[in-house]
Design a binder for this molecule. Structure first.
Ligand SMILES: [Zn+2]
Length: 329
């Protein structure tokens, strides 16, 4: 009787154990399934956030490239605006000067020689004359010789005046290339046209002087926008291509203003030449052309101003500063 009861109790205990084991294993399974799901979800989250990151990176890259484009455009507009403002102020200066000379001064008055108080010592002045040779060339050479100043002539085909090219070289000045035709519509019609014209003036200079120069100045300068009318983007290409063909191109950082339309007075040219930029090297743009009589008139006073201010003078060479302007086409 007692043995039977003990057996029963044992069986109950065994059943209870079994139930417990089953319950434990069920709950373990549930936990591991939950864990699996959690780690799956975490993986999904990870990959989603990765996608989000890369989308964000792409978008910020896009944004910064748009920003760069905008910056580029606004810079271009700014420099065009600067150029326009420069022209306006040049014109305004001319108008006010014309008014004062016509009302208060006799027309024959010679330009006043400026006595300088400015200290520009340490600066080097590179006088440059574009568009020669011309009937003015001997006059310019004579003045330069009187002051012992060396300058640079960016020449074109001057026809019968081409004989002055060797006088330029013999006097120790630098002869450099500007253009054969100086016709924007021809020169800037295509890259091929530009280089054909450049070769022609190079050959003329070589025939006249024996000098094969690599120094050039673009008609209108590298920042000209006239060329846009004939060949959009041509200046961007030419400024690179000339360098790869071994040429060195020069612009200027001070304009005498003698190229402005109409007759510019000698006094205006002198005043413009006094507006020296901060740079140690000052490349002054002037013109050697039949109509530019006032440039010749202004030249002695311009040279005297720079001398009194302590400047040195030099002719350009391949290693000189180039005063490159911003290319706008
Ligand atoms: Zn020119």
């Amino acid at each position: 009787m007692r043995a039977v009861q003990q057996n029963k109790i044992l069986r109950i205990i065994l059943v209870a154990f079994a139930v417990l084991i089953v319950a434990l294993s069920v709950s373990l399974t549930v936990v591991s399934v939950k864990n699996n799901r959690l780690s799956e979800a975490a993986g999904e989250y990870e990959s989603l956030s990765g996608e989000l990151d890369s989308a964000q990176a792409a978008r910020s890259e896009e944004a910064s490239s748009y920003q760069a484009q905008l910056d580029e455009q606004s810079k271009a507009f700014q420099s065009e605006k600067d150029a326009l403002e420069q022209t306006i102020s040049d014109l305004n200066r001319q108008i006010s000067l014309k008014r004062s000379t016509t009302t208060t001064q006799p027309a024959t008055q010679k330009p006043a020689v400026q006595t300088s108080t400015a200290d520009l010592s340490g600066k080097t002045i590179y006088l440059t004359f574009d568009d020669g040779p011309s009937p003015r060339t001997p006059e310019i050479l004579k003045i330069l010789d009187q002051y012992g100043v060396k300058a640079t002539f960016f020449v074109i085909n001057g026809g019968k005046y081409n004989q002055y090219m060797k006088d330029i070289v013999n006097a120790g000045h630098t002869i450099a290339l500007h253009s054969y035709s100086h016709s924007y519509s021809t020169v800037y019609a295509s890259d091929e046209n530009y280089f054909a014209d450049l070769q022609k003036i190079s050959d003329v200079v070589y025939e006249q002087t024996g000098v094969r120069t690599k120094l050039i100045r673009f008609p209108g300068g590298s920042s000209n926008t006239v060329s846009r009318k004939y060949a959009p983007g041509i200046m961007t290409r030419l400024t690179k291509e000339v360098s790869s063909r071994g040429y060195v191109y020069f612009d200027w950082n001070l304009s005498s203003g003698d190229a402005s339309g109409g007759k510019v007075s000698a006094q205006t040219i002198i005043n413009n030449c006094r507006k020296v930029p901060r740079s140690d090297s000052v490349i002054v743009l002037m013109h050697d052309a039949s109509a530019k009589k006032t440039t010749v008139e202004a030249l002695p006073a311009v040279i005297e101003y720079y001398k009194a201010a302590g400047c040195k003078f030099a002719a350009l060479s391949e290693s000189s500063p180039t005063a490159h302007q911003r290319v706008l086409n």
